[in-house]
Design a protein around this ligand. Sequence first.
Ligand code: BG6
Ligand code: MG
Length: 221
Amino acid sequence: MTMTTIKGVIFDLDGVIVSTDEFHYKAWKKLADRENIPFDKTINNRLRGVSRAESLEIILEKAKKEYTDSQKQEMLEFKNDIYKESLSELKRYDILDNFNELYEQLKENNIKMAIGSSSKNTKRILKQIELSDAFDAIADGTDITRSKPDPEVFLIAAKRLGLNPEECVVIEDAIAGIEAAKAGQMTAIAINDAKNCDKADYRIDNLLEIADIVIGGYNEE
Ligand code: BG6
Ligand code: MG
């Protein structure tokens, strides 16, 4: 049994801090319907944590025709335009339950906090929900060449926090995100769909449970 002191929490954004995962789903659904491609919430769960371009490739697995690169480009823009339109309605009160309370508890205990998101819209979202200056570091889709399950985004976040990966926990709603955290030697906390990932170290239903896990250290086999 070893004792690891956790000094930082790296938050995924979409589906953890704010329910933009629903906006992603609705925007992809509009594209899939336009193209007559079957698309449902089960397929959508595979898009969690995955880049926009890779998400499109997953959706196109069910397509009956081949698409050219320029058609794919048009589809990516179509989806992102719809998505950005819905982001314009986001407000501070759309922050998910208990995030604000968790944030205060982590701050009081000098735990550093970062965002580790595959989204290129991260800064736009943080601005909408008035959290632009809330984090000690941000690593997002504009920083990386490989999306989750590759650990790149979390390793960049940890580095920007000035911490070793082992000193960080990641909180994720995506199976790909849990895999990324573990590939990066971090502790992985799963919420929502990510609870289906057998690699998760902890499974929670409520963000406040993160405070129990992080503050005061934890025991690891
Ligand atoms: C992740 C989402 O946070 O960001 C994925 O879970 C999404 O569903 C990815 O595809 C990329 O987002 P964006 O905003 O760059 O299209
Ligand atoms: Mg997510």
